[in-house]
Design a protein around this ligand. Structure first.
Ligand code: ADP
Ligand code: MG
Length: 225
């Protein structure tokens, strides 16, 4: 497989569980589009960040110890103004946090999960599937060895139960499959380059827009040896 332009190298990474911001920096270093975000430590800083990013925004309480933020009430979506940001900040649960990420509120027509891991005794793998908070319930995933050619990535997408949604069904627009293919190929190069250092990584979800609209990862996590 041929490496896409601008895929890597990886930045210096701490071992262990990366924060969402660190995992997104790794994805961005390989050319995977990610949401813009700023880490804030208090409500005033969160409002200033939201004004700089532009409303609506998302607030996420982040901690290395937390894997599923929404389960704990740490994700506050679609905040339209400064008052909504202050109210959401005040409503965060009282648990130890590393900070509060203020992000652009992204839009998409479908949510995919893109994953990568090193399988001991086998090598680097990538995964794509129907994403979002229901991923474990839906189990619509395809796995392949990394790195991928674009044609391999597209074949994986075509095998998903979600494929008719990506292709456009019943008056819904066809989605930007080329952007999903590109993101999956780029993630496969992260898996190939990090090798056994990569325990696992996932972009869940990456939002896919209509053809020409691209894709953007709104969440990312990774564990590094
Ligand atoms: P979790 O740790 O629970 O997976 P996420 O960051 O994935 O937390 O947020 C939960 C859900 O909120 C996502 O699956 C997505 O639907 C939505 N979401 C999160 N961040 C954004 C964003 N920046 N823009 C739009 N939707 C978002
Ligand atoms: Mg998520």
């Amino acid at each position: 497989p041929e490496r896409p332009p601008g895929a890597g190298p990886a930045p210096a990474l701490p071992g262990g569980a990366l924060t969402e911001a660190e995992a997104k920096s790794l994805a961005a270093a390989y050319g995977v589009p990610v949401t813009r975000g700023v880490l804030a430590q208090d409500a005033d800083a969160a409002v200033a960040a939201a004004e700089a990013i532009g409303f609506p925004v998302v607030l996420k309480g982040v901690s290395r110890a937390v894997v599923h933020k929404s389960d704990l009430g740490l994700v506050k979506l679609n905040l339209a103004d400064a008052a909504a940001v202050r109210a959401a900040f005040a409503a965060l649960p009282d648990i130890p946090l590393d900070g509060v990420l203020v992000q652009e509120m992204a839009r998409g027509e479908a949510e995919l999960i893109l994953g990568a891991r090193h399988e001991p005794g086998f090598g680097p793998l990538v995964l794509v599937g129907t994403g979002g908070v229901l991923v474990e319930v839906l189990r619509d995933v395809q796995v392949a060895p990394a790195p991928l050619r674009p044609a391999d990535a597209e074949a994986m997408l075509r095998r998903l139960a979600l494929w008719p949604v990506l292709a456009g069904v019943r008056g819904r627009p066809a989605l930007d499959v080329a952007a999903a293919v590109d993101a999956l190929v780029r993630l496969s190069w992260i898996a190939a380059d990090l090798g056994p250092r990569l325990v696992e990584m996932d972009l869940n979800p990456i939002l896919l827009r209509a053809v020409g609209g691209g894709a953007v990862a709104v969440d990312a996590r990774a564990t590094i040896h």
